[in-house]
Design a protein around this ligand. Structure first.
Ligand code: FE2
Ligand code: FE2
Length: 307
């Protein structure tokens, strides 16, 4: 048997013994998902697959072993990991690496994650919650006895905290799935980054190519349009169309637009423009309705003065 098989056998034994009366099974409801996600991330990120798989198998072992308080399961877990791996004559330097994965896996504790393997275990532990959402509802309604609204809010907040704990690259991998989960479970719509970038890119292309009709068509549903904060906002498509006619005579040399933040249906973006040899640096605040149509458009800008 390989070391991974030996450890898995030991873990399954402990999980079976600790299954509680209401059916929570550490292996079935949590650890198996952590292992699957961890191995997949390890392959994707080029990490040591064996260390990662052992770390995932052992990360929560203190709980089904009923050793130590839950709050310190990462500390007790790393001790158990050491004992088991030593028993199977696993090399000392590798034991240290697995132990660090176990010790530093807890996202809630803001522990330092020094290696790619440690980062993967922490990420996989979080993704496992997305794989077993019913367990979160069970926790909310059955164990914590929350009301329907409180329980729903509890699960929503839990997933949000989890999502924000992920490393940047894993968060990117999960972005679409997270947004779909929120749509399905909580009826929430979110602007996704792809849409925001595409919309801004269209604006930029139309502007740069002086395709005024296409540019104005982005604002068909816009009822507040301000290119500078102190102008009276335009509220009709005719006024917006009128404003865009000005670009015909301008010498546009370069335009760049990038998303700075997305919050619900609001995008904050930075735009940079070089026009008639002047440099502009501006900010857009753009809001969309739930059909992804722009309803609000506001811009602030600075112009670089000659020195
Ligand atoms: Fe844990
Ligand atoms: Fe865990």
């Amino acid at each position: 048997m390989t070391i991974v098989e030996l450890i898995k056998e030991e873990l399954l034994k402990r999980c079976n013994e600790s299954k509680d009366s209401d059916g929570f099974d550490f292996w079935e409801n949590h650890i198996k998902y952590v292992v699957d996600n961890a191995v997949a991330l390890a392959k994707k990120y080029g990490a040591d697959v064996e260390i990662v798989e052992l770390g995932a198998l052992l990360h929560d072992i203190a709980m089904p072993s009923n050793i130590g308080p839950r709050e310190e399961h990462h500390i007790y877990g790393s001790k158990i990991a050491e004992e088991l791996l030593t028993k199977y004559n696993y090399p000392q330097d590798k034991i240290e690496r697995v132990k660090r994965c176990v010790l530093n896996h807890r996202g809630s504790q803001d522990l330092p994650r020094n290696t790619i393997e440690e980062e993967i275990i922490a990420d996989a532990d979080v993704i496992a919650h997305f794989d077993s959402i019913p367990t979160l509802f069970s926790l909310a309604f059955k164990e914590l006895n929350l009301s329907l609204n409180e329980g729903t809010e509890f699960v929503k907040k839990k997933l949000e905290r989890d999502y924000n704990k992920l490393s940047d690259r894993t968060r990117n991998l999960l972005e679409e799935r997270y947004s779909n989960i929120r749509k399905v479970l909580f009826n929430e719509q979110h602007m996704d980054r792809n849409f925001a970038e595409q919309w801004l890119n269209n604006l930029k292309e139309y502007w740069f190519n002086k395709d005024i009709d296409s540019a104005v068509s982005l604002f068909k549903k816009t009822i507040f349009y301000q290119e500078t904060p102190f102008m009276k906002p335009y509220t009709t498509l005719e006024e917006i169309n009128q404003e865009w006619q000005h670009i015909k005579n301008e010498n546009i040399q370069n335009i760049e637009i990038k998303v700075l933040a997305i919050d619900g249906y609001t995008i904050i973006a930075q735009w940079l423009l070089k026009q008639n040899d002047k440099d502009y640096d501006g900010i857009y605040e753009i809001k969309f309705n739930d059909n992804n149509e722009c309803i609000y458009f506001k811009s602030w800008e600075m112009i670089k003065e000659d020195e």
